[in-house]
Write a protein that binds this ligand. Sequence first.
Ligand code: DX5
Ligand code: ZN
Length: 220
Amino acid sequence: MKDRLIAPSVLAADFGNLQRDIEMINNSEADWFHIDIMDGVFVPNISYGMPVLDAINRHAKKTIDVHLMIIDPDRYIKEFAALGANNLSVHYEACTHLHRTLQAIKAEGMKAGVALNPHTSVDLLEDVIGDIDLVCMMSVNPGFGGQSFIENTYKKVRQLKEIITRNNASTLIEVDGGVTDKNAAQLVEAGADVLVAGSFVFKAEDPSRTIKNLKSLVNS
Ligand code: DX5
Ligand code: ZN
């Protein structure tokens, strides 16, 4: 069985102590840094941008997984590659020529991801699944950390897994939003490979132990 991965979302970190929180992730059993970039247009919130990602990249020792919640993401593909992104996910709903965007991401040496809003059907990926390295399945409406998990996600993960298997693709399924120790096991059972966790990790008394527990929960 493939190792299931944990990706703490830096959005929930203490930005006044960002280096401390990055080191916590470096020294924990976490696998990826999940970085949420919001533009205030595609989603009703603005998170942080290039200078902060640059600072994160200077300290982070693990895969940098960037989730773009921005319109017209093609404009910034080269810039995110230069800032150290290893994975770059764009929203299905923000791309007119998704296939072209995916090729442009790969041409910069990054893994190409597609994020899906809760209302977007996984069936829309059928014709492009072979070109997608990672699907970031939103289990909340994007824009904010700390929201509650949408239960319909289990069904979408199962349907997506079926599409991946049927097409012999190697796409990873990442679930993003409201992930806790209450839904993690059921998500991997449905077919999830990567779980993003923001509030659940950073609001915990011991974030590093919380990551360790989540990691063993999804790999048992
Ligand atoms: C939501 C972001 C998520 C968020 C997850 O728009 O894409 O990555 O940071 O945070 P939690 O785990 O608190 O729902
Ligand atoms: Zn995210």
